[in-house]
Unconditional design. Structure first.
Ligand SMILES: [Zn+2]
Ligand SMILES: [Zn+2]
Length: 241
């Protein structure tokens, strides 16, 4: 097939298939689509038969985020496919990765956001397509939803390590700083985007910074990928991110 000659999967190098471009069929098949998240605790594995929240203690773990959506689960091969997308983005791979399931679009439109903004990326470079993966996702969502994209926060002075360099509790204790200025109405409905949620610390801390600069409206978090926590990691504590 001509596409297989023209395109090699950016993740594994296999020939790309027409219906999975630019990735190969197997890599696209390995992408784990996230189910709808529990509206109370934001967990992808909470909804039981009677849709009752199993971990209500986690309800304020991401405060002030008021609701949350995720496109993929960061498990197994999904994580490595998304990581290679982040490293080596192109128009075609953006289009494939941003093909979200119906329930994600439903959650986003039901929230009725008026603005899209995102967690600023400390290490995104000007030459990256559309200002880095998180901003590219935000701009894509803004276009699809027909609302403006605004950059509300910028990375503050670096105090210690990148979140990606740290593990577990060190991540939670790592002080993250942002600076910003409120350029939207304080009570607007805001879609707040991040690429990957692992502990939830960056998402929560950045949303708290929105409150600190005077933003008072509801915040719907949207993550491209969300790490699924093992049951054993979940303790009944409101500090659980
Ligand atoms: Zn592949
Ligand atoms: Zn729940």
């Amino acid at each position: 097939m001509i596409c297989e000659i023209l395109f090699r999967c950016p993740h594994c190098g296999e020939g790309a298939a027409l219906n999975s471009l630019p990735f190969c069929k197997r890599c696209v098949g390995n992408l784990l689509v996230a189910p709808p998240l529990c509206p109370k605790c934001f967990s992808p594995n909470c909804l039981g038969v009677d849709a009752k929240c199993e971990r209500p203690w986690a309800a304020d773990g991401l405060s002030p985020i008021t609701s949350l959506s995720a496109a993929y689960l960061l498990q197994g091969k999904t994580f490595s496919v998304l990581k290679s997308w982040k490293k080596n983005r192109a128009w075609l791979s953006d289009r494939r990765i941003f093909r979200f399931s119906e329930h994600v679009w439903r959650a986003l439109t039901e929230f009725q956001p008026e603005y899209v903004s995102c967690v600023p990326q400390r290490f995104s470079r000007a030459w990256q397509m559309g200002g880095g993966p998180t901003e590219a996702l935000s701009r894509f969502l803004a276009r699809r939803l027909g609302i403006p994209f605004v950059q509300l926060l910028s990375p503050g002075v670096r105090t210690s390590f990148r979140q990606g360099e740290l593990q577990g509790t060190a991540r939670i204790q790592n002080p993250i700083t942002f600076e910003g200025q409120l350029t939207i109405p304080p009570h607007a409905r805001l879609l707040w985007v991040d690429d990957f949620i692992t502990t939830g610390h960056t998402l929560r801390r950045s949303a708290q910074c929105l409150r600190e600069i005077g933003f008072l409206g509801p915040i719907h978090g949207m993550a491209l990928g969300m790490r699924m926590r093992h049951r054993a990691e979940e303790a009944p504590s409101s500090n659980n991110p």
